[in-house]
Design a binder for this molecule. Sequence first.
Ligand code: C5P
Length: 238
Amino acid sequence: MNNSLIIALDFANGNEVKQFLQPFAGKELFVKVGMELYYQEGPSIIHLLKEAGHQIFLDLKLHDIPNTVKSAMRGLAKLECDLVNVHAAGGREMMQAALEGLEAGTSAGRKRPDCIAVTQLTSTSEEQMNREQLIPGSLMDSVLHYASLTKEAGLDGVVCSAWEAGAIREKLGPDFYTVTPGIRMVSDHIGDQKRVATPEFARNTGVTSIVVGRSITRSADPLKSYEQWMEAWKGVTI
Ligand code: C5P
């Protein structure tokens, strides 16, 4: 989990995933399966990726009443992914229920998947948060508040932007994971993301892991892009 570069497999189906992964044959990656792919392929895509030896972040961002989240997590635990998540906005009770479900669904002797909570999406700006969610104040305060709530609920960390990761680390300690999407090279397109940062900035601010999607998956040469990204993220030539 620590210092991972997680590739967001935002593809429409399993065939596109297989095609994308071809040049990576033999490499063990940390990949993220989000709702676009999971809603089409279901558990079979997880089995396929696990058989290929990849670590998996199942990014379904659960947000519902505690009982429903608990039951859903009990089922998801059986897929034996490494990392799953919820929305912190679902509240402390919902987050605790998520953990209870994961514990209940994890077979004896196995470690339950790590569980993190989304604070504010990296596509949300402070202005949107104030106007649309009616949360006054700064985005940083909202993210820090959600991160503290997440830690109190017993979860392992949060999804946030690299801009908030340093403050979270300072407040909640280095063992509390900060997983940061919205990472872009200076030359990349920002797309729909708002709170973006470079891999160097993410590394220097001490984030646990970065999530990179389109910059690698939509590249003309994904393997080469991945290697360039690893270099920038680790700060060394690989
Ligand atoms: O293509 P890009 O690098 O923007 O991909 C970012 C990935 O991280 C997407 O799969 C998106 O769903 C996910 N994500 C995010 N912001 C969050 C949580 C997850 O962008 N707060």
